[in-house]
Write a protein that binds this ligand. Structure first.
Ligand SMILES: NC(=O)c1ccc[n+]([C@@H]2O[C@H](COP(=O)([O-])OP(=O)(O)OC[C@H]3O[C@@H](n4cnc5c(N)ncnc54)[C@H](OP(=O)(O)O)[C@@H]3O)[C@@H](O)[C@H]2O)c1
Length: 172
């Protein structure tokens, strides 16, 4: 009986290894850092972690000036240091990419308006806006503004940000 099962048992590790390799290949994020984003200004919301952080990092390595729009400036500064270290380690800082961290809490519309004012003070053009930040919660709780946080963050905040930033850019 054991003898019959042996080939099956022995085939488990290589099959597992193949499955892992396939998973990594299919889920790895590929970024083309050979595309130059030099002199381009890009706002990335929610860029202190996750997809936003990867996006910011790839853009900085391509030479962009990335505005990291984050709800925690402390977390944003840590992410900024992480990207700068990575750029130094991989020698990519030569592209001239840079980072500015600005506070933005999309669930508070006052914070969105303040963010646009802070961005204006930088006197920069805007080439790309990446509305990446997002959250998922089933609590349905309300913030002090009376808005449900998930709806405010994922929809209202980004809508107001886009509308205000586009108006600002068009006016300049
Ligand atoms: N990962 C996926 O498989 C997947 C699939 C479909 C869609 N998405 C969408 O892709 C986006 C990024 O996903 P992710 O996996 O990278 O998510 P994540 O790791 O949870 O990161 C979300 C980012 O959004 C920020 N954020 C949350 N609420 C915010 C608010 N009120 N104001 C400003 N920033 C806020 C978070 O900041 P804090 O660090 O301060 O919390 C964080 O930086 C999200 O919009 C998500 O819905 C992701």
């Amino acid at each position: 009986m054991t003898h019959n099962l042996l080939p099956w048992i022995l085939s488990v590790p290589p099959l597992f290894a193949i499955a892992c390799k396939l998973y990594v290949t299919l889920t790895t994020v590929y970024t083309d850092e050979s595309v130059s984003m030099k002199n381009k200004v890009v706002i990335v919301t929610g860029s202190n972690t996750g997809i936003g952080l990867y996006t910011a990092r790839a853009l900085v390595k391509s030479g962009a000036h990335v505005i990291m729009a984050v709800r925690s400036v402390d977390k944003g500064n840590k992410a900024k240091q992480e990207i700068e270290k990575d750029c130094r380690d991989t020698n990519k800082s030569v592209n001239g990419g840079q980072i500015t961290v600005l506070k933005l809490d999309l669930s508070h519309l006052d914070s969105v308006i303040q963010f646009v004012e802070d961005f204006k003070k930088l006197n920069l053009p805007l080439n790309v806006l990446i509305n990446n930040a997002g959250m998922a919660t089933m609590t349905g709780e309300q913030v002090t503004t009376g808005l449900e946080p998930m709806f405010a963050t994922n929809h209202l905040g980004h809508y107001l940000l886009t509308k205000k930033i586009v108006t600002t850019v068009e006016a300049e």
